[in-house]
Design a protein around this ligand. Sequence first.
Ligand code: ADP
Ligand code: ASP
Ligand code: MG
Length: 455
Amino acid sequence: MIVMKFGGTSVESQQAIARVTSIVQAAVDRRPIVVVSAMGKTTNKLLQAASEAAAGRRDQALAIVDELRAGHLLHGLALAGAAAADLDRYIRAHFDWLDELVKGLSVVGELSPRSMDAIASVGERLSSLVVTFAFQAAGIKTQHVDSRRVIITDDRFTQAQPILDETYRLLKYVVAPAAETAVVVMGGFIGSTPDGHTTTLGRGGSDYSAALVGAGVDAEEIQIWTDVDGMLTADPRIIPGGHRVKSISFAEAAEMAYFGAKVLHPATVIPAIEKNIPVLILNSRRPEVNGTRITAQAVPCRNPVKSISCKRDVTILNIHSTRMLMAHGFLRRIFEIFDRYQTSVDMVSTSEVSVSLTVDNCDHIDSIHAQLIEFAEVATESSQAIVCLVGENIRHTPGIAGRAFQVLKEKNIRMISQGASVLNLGFVIANDDVPDAVAALHQEFFSDLDPAVFD
Ligand code: ADP
Ligand code: ASP
Ligand code: MG
């Protein structure tokens, strides 16, 4: 049994879903369970409709819903063959319900995380139906499973965490047997609380869904199909022309994902590590490319750095307190405040008189700031970026930091951290310095490539 997850661009249109159909058809013997994202940019648009409605802009919200309805009908019905009338009914029923919800929100004028999830979930509920109909029309024996029946989560709406034992139990007893006799299709990203309220696993969460399904059914492989040839040596949106990394360890992939490589959701590797299931990143537009294989052990490689990842738009807080510094409980006091506001800290560095840290979620930054200044001076700097060199060999290779900082000698480096995991070397620079810095680092570390690992 294998899991095949197709991201938004891989199911964005009739043509894209036709490609997915032939990729899955060629793998039917491996008993695939297919996990799909919402079509194209649907999730963004659904959330936009929700916020327009909550702001009282009812007509704008309904216009977005209309546009989505038209897109789903256009691409979906073209794929459904003889069953087009059934799919038409399903799609219209979902959008009628959305219309009502959006009208309701525009009257109430507020948007709870729970309503956001109810609305955002429609993308994957529909894409999984469209893909099911497309497979059936192509003659693939297919069974649709509503992910909300099997991915059971806590009630942290918009960022829900799966309740693993219950989820794994349902995957094993509901999904695995179904996959013995048909290709199972499920929506990624969505789940439900034990009492039946729809939740989502956070943006980009379909990768995580796929990994949960893989772990739950003891899959032999988890395939993440996307719009690039695999994990690349740098984010292609920052510098084009990066090289494909053919193989990488779980630890390296997790570090890349955590520090901004959007190609994989950071939580994805956790279930895969638990069950030691290899994860492959593949390109649905170029299925003949071998992609990236992520496994427990890194393939020996003479390059110390595997990839440069980058997380933009982080904020630095410089916390300075001569009164409290070195005093017992100072750091605890700082971190308790971040904990209280459920704000995670990405990078920390301390010096004798100050603690600097970065956050990417600024929703509660004003409250955090107000509490910190009760015992410390605080300066914040926004529009910063964390750039990370990732590679297991960084720890064994002397001089990496020297080379990196030589390359960046013209840049103002705001913070430096050699991670406790010792497989990354990270630093913070201004957002605007990112393209130059990444290009220069890429030149320094990837001019001479080990063909065993890079393409
Ligand atoms: P999907 O919709 O398939 O989940 P995403 O947009 O979430 O796709 O992730 C794929 C994107 O990740 C790529 O198009 C690319 O722009 C981005 N990306 C960022 N860093 C990297 C990297 N190091 N290697 C490959 N892709 C990356
Ligand atoms: N559709 C969701 C999102 O856009 C989940 C995903 O694509 O992974 O965030
Ligand atoms: Mg993604």
